[in-house]
Design a protein around this ligand. Structure first.
Ligand code: URA
Length: 437
């Protein structure tokens, strides 16, 4: 047996003491962790050293590259027009928030302009919901597609939202599970490399990042969100992916729903030309970026108004076995929380609403847990709106009534009603592109 090329304890000490890891050390470390030569406890120590000491741009790029190399790369270059020219694909990634259903209307909206959208999505873990869990509330809909099925659907319909195969960045899969249980998820270099390794391996031509900042997001401050956005835009740009990022607010939930079926229902309102103003605004802002990244100049609002985005949604759902006309599951129990006073709703804490939806059964504590399609929270007012004492403020829905008290506990103090004037904050606060690096 040959001796390992590096001593993992030396590498941990280097990072612990604020040093820089060399490219060959990083490649070796990721490979050795993926094949089990480096143990979980050693990688945990390294992840904590990275969280505390950070990494420079070259280290993050090498770390990302090593995670990409741990698995397969997808190839969409066979997607062509009738004249033989290549169709540029465009994708979006959100760093995760409460009520963030934007992928659902966004993918068919962008695809309705002829731009293929290969959206590999995940399931919810903790207080943020998962796109696949939401779509699985549609009767018959299947999350798993082979690479061939995905390519065929991209070619015929343009929009695909499906589960990422296990072959894509397996090093990230293992490392993310480890970070989740060692308090190291929040390290900006590790979040950036985790997200971008999957997006670069997926092989999209253009990518728009929705980097959330606020109470319900990973990044609590705008400064941290901007640092994460710049790091990811740099990684994408260096890998030849046309990448931009929008910094968007996540102090309050997006829209008026958080959960599974309730978020599908709200997405359908947006696709039908209605829906809450913030969900529409963000869908259009991200669609503009995605279309521009694919080289298409168009006003995305037109296809919400004329039904073309809805037509594409129906085709996308049918192609994956779902019935877009079937009624969505109804909850067995509902519980209403009323406004304790009259005034302006000045705060509705996104994190608290996310935890409540999760405790009602919309999310899972462990990745093998089932979720309830009909569980969630409906909000009857948005921050800035007037409410009257005794009117419904939140409706909690679940199939298990015993879950309600813990959800109510999460919501204690989550809503504030004030007499004072309310200052709106912009939903999209900044844009980061390669020119800003
Ligand atoms: N999403 C990811 O895919 N990875 C992270 O590290 C955080 C969010």
């Amino acid at each position: 047996m040959t001796a390992p090329a590096h001593d993992v304890v030396d590498l941990i000490r280097t990072k612990r003491d604020g040093g820089t890891l060399a490219p060959d050390q990083i490649s070796w470390l990721i490979g050795a962790y993926t094949d089990g030569t480096v143990a979980d406890e050693q990688m945990s120590a390294m992840a904590m050293a990275i969280l505390l000491r950070g990494m420079d741009r070259a280290e993050i790029a090498q770390w990302t590259q090593a995670m990409i190399s741990s698995g397969e790369r997808m190839d969409f270059s066979s997607l062509t027009r009738a004249d033989g020219t290549r169709r540029r694909t465009s994708d979006k990634h959100s760093t995760g928030g409460v009520g963030d259903k934007i992928t659902l209307p966004l993918a068919p909206l962008v695809a309705s302009f002829g731009v293929p959208v290969p959206q590999l999505s995940g399931r919810g873990l903790g207080h943020t919901g998962g796109t696949l869990d939401k779509l699985e509330s549609i009767p018959g809909w299947q999350a798993h597609l082979s690479n061939e099925q995905m390519l065929d659907q991209l070619d015929r319909i343009g929009a695909v939202i499906c589960a990422a195969g296990s072959g894509l960045a397996p090093a990230d899969r293992k490392l993310y599970a480890l970070r989740d249980v060692t308090g190291t998820v929040e390290a900006i270099p590790l979040i950036a490399s985790s997200i971008m390794s999957k997006k670069i391996a997926e092989g999209t031509d253009a990518l728009v990042l929705d980097v959330k900042a606020g109470a319900g997001a990973f990044m609590k401050t705008r400064a941290d969100a901007e640092e994460l956005a710049r790091t990811m835009v740099a990684l994408g740009t260096d890998a030849g992916v046309s990448t931009t990022a929008l910094i968007t607010g996540m102090d309050a939930p997006l829209g008026l729903t958080a959960g599974n079926a309730v978020e599908v229902e709200e997405s359908l309102e947006v696709l039908a030309g209605g829906g809450p103003a913030d969900v529409v605004e963000l869908t259009l802002a991200l669609a503009e970026e995605m279309l521009a990244g694919a080289g298409v100049e168009a006003d995305p609002a037109e296809h919400l108004a004329n039904g073309k985005a809805m037509d594409c949604w129906r085709q996308m759902i049918r192609a994956q076995g779902g019935d877009p006309e079937a009624p969505l599951p109804e909850p067995k129990h509902t519980h209403t929380i009323t406004a304790p006073a009259s005034g302006t709703l000045s705060r509705l804490d996104a994190y608290a609403v996310g935890v409540a939806a999760w405790r009602l059964g919309a999310g899972r504590a462990r990745k093998e847990d089932p979720v309830q399609a009909a569980a969630g929270v409906r909000m009857h007012a948005k921050p800035g709106e007037r409410v009257t004492a005794g009117q419904p403020l939140l409706t909690l829905t679940t199939d298990e009534e015993s879950r309600v008290p813990r959800a109510e506990e999460a919501l204690a103090g989550a809503a504030e009603i004030a007499d004072s004037a309310w200052q709106p904050k912009p939903l999209v606060s900044a844009r980061v592109s390669a020119e800003d690096l």
